[in-house]
Design a protein around this ligand. Structure first.
Ligand code: SF4
Ligand code: SF4
Length: 58
């Protein structure tokens, strides 16, 4: 997975979901962000978009 989401830090705001150019991000059943690694192109736009820095490059 090109990016890792710290699910304890994620507040489920959804900002990253709207930022991803290839729709690799979605909210899981607990309302936390998840990355579909088969879709992600490692642009890292989501890393800077997260207000609580829950996403990091892997
Ligand atoms: S690194 Fe880019 S392509 Fe991958 S999930 Fe984040 S915004 Fe989407
Ligand atoms: S932008 Fe950050 S806090 Fe908001 S859903 Fe994405 S990972 Fe969670």
């Amino acid at each position: 997975m090109p990016v890792t989401v710290d699910k304890d830090t994620c507040i489920g705001c959804g900002a990253c979901v709207g930022t991803c150019p290839v729709s690799a991000l979605s909210l899981d059943e607990n309302g936390k962000s998840q990355c579909d690694e088969s879709v992600c192109v490692s642009c890292f736009s989501c890393v800077g978009a997260c207000p609580v820095s829950a996403i990091s490059e892997k």
